[in-house]
Design a protein around this ligand. Structure first.
Ligand code: HEM
Length: 288
């Protein structure tokens, strides 16, 4: 990685707002970021198709950060959001442009702006997903309990509803990121007590692959690390099924951990401090 650039580098002599995260950008990242910013009006025209050009160029709120396509340099957090699309495409500007257009279109189709206020039955989803605590670097942690003695039938009976619930959890976690110091999360999947005898049913498979695709295509670089815990040895093959669905970079962030509290805590404690780790995983936090 090259040296972080000086505060005056981003706009060749013109200073613009910086934060802890933008200060870590490399020179190449700044160069590609400037190219991407210059394309924002075209990106917006493609993503927000309307007869009224002025309307398509209105600032858009992406994860709580307002991106003004005509003047994107006022807020350092805009750079933090945009660099994600570049990093997800190995700093290839046309690739990042395509991804951003597709994400903006997908957000309109999926109606993500309605998600945060949507309600889901507590008796079905209450125990299945939680945002709880932080890792040692202050990043939020989400736990998905796809086992743990819970009844999974109603969770996956309606795949569309599951996807809206799961994406809502993602969006809620993102709202905990400030894009100043933190722009990534940790995710934990707990498969404790899952019976793998009959394999995953058709709905579970569809939900898993569709959710993975949504995250892969529309949530660039939000994952710092992901842990699959309480996975019995004979079920680890399922992990490899996901390899073709995920980029090599995302796949490399994933860790499969075996069963039992001591195995799980040995894997999680280096990342999540004891005080923040739920008791059920060998920590001290009275969580869920
Ligand atoms: C009945 C058992 C299982 C169920 C119900 C299930 C459910 C899910 C769901 C709903 C997702 C979507 C992504 C998310 O929620 O974050 C997912 C993703 C995934 N699961 Fe499972 N899963 C099961 C078993 C396993 C096992 C045994 C493994 C092995 C480690 C595994 C590995 C993965 C991987 C690698 C992903 C992709 C992660 C991502 O896209 O971020 N799953 N699973």
């Amino acid at each position: 990685m090259s040296e972080p650039v000086s505060d005056s580098s981003p706009a060749e002599g013109v200073t613009e707002p910086q934060n802890e995260l933008t200060k870590q950008f490399t020179d190449t990242e700044w160069t590609t970021l400037k190219e991407l910013r210059a394309k924002l009006p075209d990106i917006y025209r493609s993503a927000f198709t309307t007869e009224d050009e002025e309307a398509s160029l209105r600032p858009f709120d992406l994860w709580g950060v307002e991106i003004d396509p005509v003047n994107p340099t006022k807020d350092a957090r805009v750079s933090v959001v945009l660099i994600k699309f570049l990093r997800a495409r190995e700093l290839d500007v046309p690739g990042a442009v395509d991804m951003l257009v597709a994400t903006l279109k997908w957000r309109q189709e999926f109606k993500t702006d309605e998600l945060l206020s949507e309600e889901f039955p507590e008796d079905v989803f209450g125990g299945v997903g939680k945002v709880f605590g932080h890792d040692k670097e202050g990043r939020p942690v989400t736990y998905n309990v796809y086992g743990g003695g819970l009844d999974m039938k109603p969770v996956f009976s309606d795949v569309k509803r599951f996807l809206r619930w799961r994406v809502q959890l993602m969006e809620k976690t993102i709202r905990l990121l400030d894009f100043e110091k933190h722009d990534q999360m940790i995710q934990v999947h707990d498969y404790e007590g899952v019976s793998f005898m009959g394999g995953r049913d058709a709905n579970q498979k569809a939900a898993a692959s569709e959710a993975s695709k949504i995250f892969q295509d529309n949530y660039p670089e939000f994952l710092a690390n992901k842990y699959f815990i309480n996975v019995p040895t004979f079920a680890t093959w399922i992990f490899w099924l996901f390899k073709p669905l995920l980029s090599a970079k995302t796949f490399a962030k994933m860790n499969v951990v075996g069963t039992g509290v001591s195995t799980v805590s040995a894997a999680l404690l280096p990342a999540i401090g004891e005080a923040e780790l739920p008791e059920r995983y060998g920590g001290q936090a009275k969580a869920f």
